[in-house]
Write a protein that binds this ligand. Structure first.
Ligand SMILES: Cc1cc2nc3c(=O)[nH]c(=O)nc-3n(C[C@H](O)[C@H](O)[C@H](O)COP(=O)(O)O)c2cc1C
Length: 204
């Protein structure tokens, strides 16, 4: 960050650069959201922040969002729903989530395109999630996921190939296709970091 020289500006820069503790909790079925969550955690750590990265299905009881400055949750869409582990986690910690900067990363294949029906479908997924959990995240960011053909069973592979065929997506099931836009995710993380730093209560 560029310094302007005046003591007031430098003091403000110091405050903004203060180390924050992030909780990055995620739900994943085939692993792409885990990869995305690791990427986010890595980006935050490189900027000097502390990050605890936890899979919602393995989260230890002592992991309490109240112990963190900022919470980011991530989950992927499967047949219109997010992983139940993330839904349970959010419901269990609703009060703490509401009192600190927070964000929800929604991972899906619909996010990779601009199909009107897909966009409406995603909006419904998010609305159902908010209704079910009672959590309205400060920000919701949609992230394109992946076709992980090589990790699907026969039925899933067949179904996903059919969906890809109908949508003009990749249909060679001998390999995986990552549609995640890492540059877009980087921009989101940096901007969310700025917002979280500004929203943080200031000590006088
Ligand atoms: C069985 C199955 C159902 C899916 N259903 C949807 C869906 O309803 N909408 C969507 O946009 N993407 C859907 N996807 C795509 C996933 O959201 C995408 O592959 C994502 O990268 C999965 O993340 P994960 O590897 O962390 O589980 C589905 C994928 C699978 C395998």
């Amino acid at each position: 960050m560029a310094r302007t020289g005046s003591p007031e500006d430098n003091f403000r820069d110091q405050e903004r650069l203060a180390i924050m503790k992030f909780l990055m909790v995620y739900g994943t079925t085939e692993g792409q959201t885990q990869k995305i969550a690791r990427f986010v955690a890595d980006r935050l750590q490189r900027q000097g922040h502390e990050v605890q990265l936890v899979n919602a299905v393995e989260v230890a009881p002592e992991v309490d969002p109240s112990d963190f400055d900022v919470v980011i949750a991530a989950a992927s869409v499967h047949a219109g729903r997010y992983q139940s582990a993330i839904i349970h986690f959010v419901k269990d910690h609703l009060a703490a989530l509401g009192t600190r900067p927070n964000s929800f990363l929604s991972v899906s294949l619909a996010a990779a395109g601009h199909d009107k029906d897909d966009v409406e479908g995603l909006e419904k997924c998010v609305a159902d999630f908010i209704h079910e959990t009672g959590w309205t995240p400060n920000t919701i960011h949609h992230v394109a996921g992946a076709f992980r053909y090589t990790s699907y069973d026969f039925l899933k592979r067949w179904a996903m190939k059919y969906i890809a065929y109908r949508k003009g997506g990749p249909t060679d099931t001998s390999r995986d296709y990552e549609l995640t836009d890492w540059d877009d995710l980087t921009r989101f993380v940096d901007s969310f970091l700025e917002d979280s730093a500004s929203a943080r209560p200031r000590s006088v």
